[in-house]
Ligand binder design. Structure first.
Ligand code: COA
Length: 211
């Protein structure tokens, strides 16, 4: 099957899952990436504020990203951190979530992700489209670097979905490296996972970026 057809199928399948409640079959293809060491601080082109969300920021986060209101509340209750980018007028224009615990439950696919003691698991980064390509995501990494020192962690881990070359490019350019692929079939809610260790190589990157 060529890549375009595969991508169309993958997207159609996602669409079915989104629009038909309790659709019994789901498929996900995740590529896990890691960044070792404390990231060097980089200059960014965003002059708002980048900070760890406090309890009083929750309302604003929920106002700007209302479809995720419950999720943000749940994440903070669990002790996850949310880093936010805030415009000078107070609008929150982006966020990224951090989990410092031992295991993260990935709610879309139903898989559990083990988080080693030296690592922080990063998930669900989102920047308002009008604010992309200004280094907001890199600005998050500047702040996360400080948190790594504070919490004595020296590795970041995350995953990108197969059909998200933009995010992959962002991570690779920053210095993240692919180390694992997981194919997940979720059948009647139960995830069946095939895990494959990967060593990053130019062919793999070309294949993932050029579709
Ligand atoms: C992926 C995402 C978080 C990146 O955020 P961002 O603030 O635009 O990223 P930055 O401006 O910090 O970009 C860092 C680098 O990534 C690359 N990059 C980011 N967006 C890109 C795009 N659309 N096309 C090509 N390269 C891109 C650039 O090389 C950029 O480096 P530069 O500043 O030297 O140009 C953002 O595009 C987004 O919110 N996407 C939708 C949600 C998503 O996919 N989240 C990630 C889930 S894993």
């Amino acid at each position: 099957m060529d890549c375009k057809t595969k991508k169309r199928l993958y997207r159609n399948f996602k669409c079915l899952n989104k629009n038909i409640p309790f659709f019994p079959f789901q498929y996900f293809q995740y590529y896990f990436l890691e960044y070792r060491g404390i990231p060097h601080k980089q200059k960014i082109r965003f002059d708002g504020k980048i900070a760890v969300a406090k309890e009083e920021d929750l309302r604003e986060l929920q106002r700007f990203f209302s479809s995720k209101a419950k999720k943000f509340e749940r994440r903070l209750k669990k002790g996850h951190l949310i880093v936010i980018a805030q415009e000078q007028d107070g609008r929150i224009v982006g966020y990224e979530n951090l989990d410092f615990s031992a295991v993260h439950l990935e709610r879309h696919s139903g898989i559990e992700i083990a988080i080693p003691q030296d690592s922080i698991y990063l998930y669900d980064a989102y920047i308002d489209p009008q604010y992309r390509m200004r280094g907001v995501w890199v600005g998050f990494k500047n702040l996360i670097g400080n948190l790594m020192v504070e919490k004595k962690r020296n590795r970041l881990m995350t995953f990108i979905e197969w059909d998200n070359p933009t995010s992959l490019k962002t991570h690779l350019q920053f210095g993240f490296k692919i180390y694992e692929k997981r194919c997940i079939w979720r059948i009647f809610g139960k995830p069946l996972v095939k895990t494959e260790s990967l060593t990053q190589n130019p062919q793999l990157i070309r294949a993932l970026l050029n579709h």
